[in-house]
Design a binder for this molecule. Structure first.
Ligand SMILES: [Zn+2]
Length: 278
């Protein structure tokens, strides 16, 4: 009985505390209409038997381990997959072209997540598979934006070539494979001069492109790779959907598979774009 009275008292106190005068309260104001909304844009291609690889790299393979109803009555499915580090949408870790560079698991996440800008060279690159993104292209972006590339930016280069993916002839320049096919590669890339200019004059976190390589298809010495990776600037290759990004003011989250000692890895990369609501 004593316990019951205690709980009754507790209940009454609780009710009293909750019994705020509602009549004199101002009616709830509706929150102001949203001025913008965030959109997540996927910049990765899927892995499948269509995934584009370097002509000398082992391609993606998916093997079914099991698929179907088990004898215990539940459904189960699982696969094995194998892939080269460098194929499809992937990251080049600094060690790919720099002896003491970071391996993929060592890249600080700060280099892979953050504010980004896009340099759009679609109109000049799309019809020129040997196009080299120039210092002038970078300066043109800065002139148009009225500012230099902000410190700590992730830079994306839009050539438009991802629209050809996975057509190997159009995207790579050849559907042949093997060492002799390397000379047949044609797709745009970043000129070594522009790579040099970027590392010397700007402070970028990482860089990405919508072609198979940051060096153009006809490159022999992969100088842009060397210049960037020696500065521990990771490179993202085979990006897609760059046409859906603005020229600045968006965020990138690029998370590669954490392969210990890896020189590169499959990469899930997304952009977060703030769009004004109509
Ligand atoms: Zn690579």
């Amino acid at each position: 009985m004593k316990t019951l009275l205690y709980y009754l008292l507790l209940f009454l106190v609780f009710m009293a505390c909750n019994n705020k005068p509602t009549s004199t309260e101002k009616p709830h104001t509706t929150p102001p209409p949203k001025a913008s909304q965030k959109k997540i844009i996927d910049l990765s291609h899927s892995y499948s038997d269509e995934t584009i690889y370097w002509v000398t790299s082992k391609e993606f393979k998916l093997d079914t381990v099991f698929e179907g109803q088990t004898d215990k009555g539940y459904y189960y499915s699982a696969n094995n997959f194998s892939t080269s580090e460098h194929g499809g949408t992937h990251i080049d870790a600094p060690i790919h072209f720099a002896k003491n560079g970071l391996t993929v698991d060592e890249i600080p996440l700060e280099k892979l997540i953050g504010p980004a800008i896009k340099i759009d060279i679609y109109s000049t690159a799309i019809n020129n598979p040997d196009y080299l993104v120039s210092i002038q292209d970078i300066k043109a972006w800065e002139k148009r934006q009225g500012s230099t590339i902000p410190d700590g930016s992730i830079v994306l280069l839009q050539t438009g070539f991802s629209k050809y993916y996975p057509d190997k002839v159009k995207y790579l320049g050849t559907d042949k494979r093997g060492e002799h096919a390397v000379k047949l590669l044609h797709f745009p890339g970043l000129s070594p001069e522009a790579a040099e200019w970027l590392v010397k004059n700007r402070n970028i976190k990482s860089i990405g492109i919508d072609t198979p390589s940051i060096d153009y298809g006809q490159s022999e010495y992969f100088k842009s790779h060397v210049i960037l990776l020696e500065e521990n600037i990771p490179v993202f290759e085979n990006l897609t959907n760059l046409d859906r990004l603005p020229l600045n003011g968006f965020e990138i989250i690029a998370l590669p598979m954490k392969i210990k000692g890896g020189t590169g890895a499959p990469l899930r990369i997304v952009a977060i774009v703030t769009e004004d609501e109509k």
